[in-house]
Every structure is written in C-alpha cells, then in structure tokens.
Design a protein around this ligand. Structure first.
Ligand code: NDP
Length: 313
C-alpha cells in the first residue's frame, strides 16, 4: 500500500478538474488529479464542441480534453489513472484511498466528479444495454449504419444525439413523454427540419424487448405507451439511445458532504466551499443548472482559487 502527500487532490478529470489543476499547479501547489473511470470526463464521448469559446470552428471533445490535460501537466499537475473508492474528510490532512487501497493525503480536496447519463430503469434496459440499448450516440451510433434508431428524451442532448445519428441511421425517431420540449429552440428546430428525424410525442417506453440466441442477445422491440390514449404498441427497434439527462457522480460523498435531493453537492454562497472547510466542489457534481463545459471550467478555476486562499498561499 503506497502513500502520497500532496497539497491538492482533485477527484475528476473533466473541464472542471483540469481547470482547477491548471490554476492550482500554476500557483506552485502540488496537484494530483485522479482521472477516474472516464478520463477526460463526458466530453470524451462527444464529437464537435461548437460552444467552447476560443475555437472559432469548434473542436472535438476528446481533443479539447487532451489539450486541457497537457496544459495542466505543463505546470506540474500529475494525473493518476485511478478511481477514488473511499475518503476520510473528518481530519486533516484529508485521506483518499484508491481501489487498491493506496492512500493519498491532501491538505485540500477539489471534487470534480461530474455527472453520468440517467437511464429509464424499465424492464429489459440493463439486459439489452450494449445489445441495442445505449446511453451514448457518439460511442455507439456507428454500429447502426442504415438502420432505423430511436432516441428517448426531449432535451438538448436528445436533439444533438438525434442529429448526430442521422449521419449513420436510415431514420431517427425521437420518443418524448410530452409535447413540449426542454431543448433550446435552435436545437429543436434543427431536429425538426431534418428529413431523417421523426417524433413520437406523448409517448413513454415501458419495456425493452429482445431475443436471445445462445450467447447472443439483441433488442428487437420497444413497448411504447401513448400517455394520452394509453394505447400500447410493440414497435420494432434494433437500436435505442437513452438521452434523458444526467445524475451527479457524488455517491462517494453521501453522508459526508451536504447535497440536495438529487445528489448535487451544495456549496456556500458564490464560492466552491462545501460544508467541510478545505473541501471544494465544482463542475457538474455541484451545478444542476448550467452544466456546460465552459461553466464547469469556470467553476474549476473558482475552486482552485478558493483552495489556494484557504491554504494561505
Ligand atoms: P435535460 O434535463 O435538459 O432533458 C432531459 C429530457 O429527458 C427532458 O426532455 C425530460 O423530459 C426527459 N426525461 C427525463 N427523465 C425521463 C424519464 N424517466 N422518461 C422519459 N423522459 C425523461 O437533459 P439534457 O441531457 O438534454 O441536457 C442537460 C443540459 O446540457 C441542458 O442544460 C442542455 O441545454 C445542455 N446541453 C447543451 C447542448 C448544446 O448546447 N450543444 C447539448 C447537450 C446538452 P421532460 O422535459 O418531460 O422533463
């Protein structure tokens, strides 16, 4: 079992984590970034990022994260490709353990663990995940060339993924539980004007149905209920993408840090300070409102400045 000491431990490696790492390491603090299960965070499973300032023609999500990581490393931050499994914030220095039991002692901790895609939780979903059901169009869209696919959700993610999927699929049907959309007007209009995209509104997926043949299983139908008429139909489907929002990755801190009902970490006033002095939170783990790469990066900067001031640098 190894022990490492650092000024600041950053848990999470998306725009919030790496911006915090950049600012903290540039202030001459020793910084370790725990990259977690998805190094680079959610942007590594997107394609074009068109709304991150500074890139006139957009940039690919994985490329943006690669550059952010290199920029933080340039000033001395180090990455550990490990997941933190346990923390002790009851005494200082704070202690963090990875899955092997190696421990890191940190004078301050910045939590930037982000969020993960939510799922419907209806029968068949986990059974056919990876066998026709996916939560990431950019990861799996390619497998559905010239096939009709379905997207579940009515937000910007659903619209963006539907538009993306039209590059591969023969037809994309957006299944949404009501008639109004949470998506921004520009994204909705882009989807509505795309000839390959259809809408199935007032509709909910109640079950994923499939066939198993030996070791092979495959989604074959979606059981869809119309919420107005209550009619239920089994619609043939070999590919479906769930795009219904995200859940903050904060279970590790449950019972330790103050959170809202959904699990977003609560921070004090305009700062990134949690209820434990010396533990700071930024990015999608604490932001239920904006959830953008640029706001995550901004809050990562705030967390690093807060941590630096708290440490008395
Ligand atoms: P949102 O929370 O905005 O939307 C989730 C959608 O899924 C809603 O339409 C919601 O329906 C539906 N939904 C939620 N739970 C269920 C359920 N159990 N069954 C059926 N439908 C369900 O999440 P997004 O991921 O779309 O967007 C998150 C944030 O990221 C937003 O701020 C968005 O603007 C931003 N974003 C921006 C992009 C861009 O600008 N390029 C791209 C992608 C995301 P209902 O409306 O009825 O609640």
């Amino acid at each position: 079992m190894n022990t490492t000491d650092t000024d600041i431990a950053i848990i999470g490696s998306g725009p919030a984590g790496f911006t915090a790492a950049l600012y903290a390491s540039r202030s001459n603090l020793s910084v370790v970034v725990f990259e977690g299960v998805q190094p680079g965070g959610q942007l590594t499973i997107t394609t074009d990022v068109e709304n991150y300032p500074g890139f006139e023609h957009g940039i690919l999500g994985p490329e943006l994260m690669d550059v952010m990581r290199k920029q933080a490393h340039r000033f001395g931050a180090t990455s550990r490709y490990e997941t933190i499994a346990r923390v002790d914030f009851s005494q200082r220095p704070f202690t963090l353990w990875n899955e092997r039991g190696d421990q890191t002692r940190a004078k301050a901790v910045i939590i930037a663990t982000g969020a993960s895609a939510k799922l419907l939780g209806v029968p068949g979903e986990s059974e056919y995940m990876g066998y026709g059901v996916s939560a990431c169009a950019t990861c799996d869209g390619f497998f559905f060339r010239e096939q009709p696919v379905f997207i579940i959700g009515g937000g910007d993610t659903a619209m963006e993924e539907a538009i993306y999927l039209t590059k591969f699929a023969s037809k994309v049907t957006i299944v949404h539980r009501r008639r109004d959309f949470r998506a921004s007007r520009i994204m909705l209009e882009r989807a509505q004007s795309n000839p390959k995209i259809d809408f199935m509104l007032d509709s909910v997926v109640e079950e994923y149905l499939g066939a198993t043949n030996g070791h092979l299983k495959q989604l074959t139908h979606l059981r869809i209920r119309n919420t107005v008429t209550n009619d239920v139909q089994d619609v043939p489907a070999s590919g479906v993408f769930v795009a219904i929002g995200h859940q903050p990755n904060t279970q590790l801190f449950s019972g330790i840090l103050d959170m809202d009902d959904v699990g977003y970490i609560q921070t004090k006033g305009k700062s990134s300070q949690t209820n434990i002095p010396g533990v700071f939170a930024c990015g999608d783990a604490q932001d239920s409102v904006y959830r953008q790469a640029i706001t995550a990066a901004g809050s990562g900067c705030m967390a690093a400045i807060d941590a630096e001031r708290w440490l008395g640098h």
